[in-house]
Ligand binder design. Sequence first.
Ligand code: CP3
Length: 346
Amino acid sequence: MANDRFLKACRREPVDAVPVWFMRQAGRYLPEYRKVRARHSFLEVCRTPELAARVTLQPVARLGVDAAILFSDILILVEAMGAPVEFPEGRGPVLGRLARDRSDLDYLRVPDPLADLAFVLEAIRILRRELAGRVPLIGFCGLPFTLASYLVEGGKPRDFRKLRTLMRDSPKVYSALMDKLARAVTASADAQLAAGAQAVQLFDTWAGALEPADYEAWVLPYTRRVAEGINRRGAPLIHYAGDCRRLLPLLRTLPVDVLAVDRSVPLDEAAQAVGPSFALQGNLDPEALLKPLPELEAAAAEVLRRGRAAAGHIFNLGRGILPETDPEAARSLVEAVHRLGSKRRG
Ligand code: CP3
């Protein structure tokens, strides 16, 4: 039977139970994922549509989540733009070519998704076939600021010093970079929706590193351009920002359907801050999955209780699931959310 509670909750329609999925739900905590990874590198999995599709389906089968999220990475797009990316075992991603001055920008190009991201689009087509309507498929992109953080800092950003320097000392180079990224992100999201993705989540993991005034001046305009530029074909857009509490008054000006929030703000407070025109997604602490089941259930119940203040609620974690998570705990959490969050009205 088709399960559309995720899409309904995104649209703030009544649902029979609160939908749930997890950021990074396909990954190293699953033995079946580690089995695939024992034979293929992370990038190989991303670039091979059959493997990406197989791994995407693993948490759907094991956990009973209400949505599948395409297995890929936000930096795949950066690579398609001409900046090689590596994922060394046990460390954050490393970029082979940086963007720090005007001449660096010349090598970055806006990819043609049909040619340069064909493997992503093929994975989406395979998944829609294999899911056969069981649960909706979410596509995703990183937003320009988070992608620029990696391109300018060279890897997982720590203090954002180089990016801040670029903004302050070379604002024209910064805006040219952000503009190119915005065009690439829009094209990629468009192509994913055209290929069959039923929602798109836009990740701005590092947005909270900036003061709200700087976020408003340096980031929000590009995010808005992306959100406005995507041909949505009726599909919901989800915006995720890390450390988002102080940004909510700005995020509520974006033309998106769902605001995904991290642990920096309880959902009832977030609902108050953004008003009734957004569904909220989040925001259990992933550490809760490492605790005994009664504690995990209590933490989930608290998130559900606060989530009732929102115009729609999609249960998720505040950030990606931890590699040390027991898959059985994740399965129990899905069951508990459905049980405790049943018959939610819009
Ligand atoms: O959510 C999903 O299951 C879909 C797949 C997905 C991955 N990365 C797979 C992945 C998604 C949506 C992402 C998004 C992503 N990637 C973000 C934004 C969301 C977030 O987590 O804040 C960011 C910042 C990245 C960049 C990135 N990719 C980092 C920092 C790392 C290394 C850290 C880590 O967890 O290993 C990656 C690698 C990565 N992306 C892995 C996975 C499953 C681990 C690769 C492996 O060793 O198998």
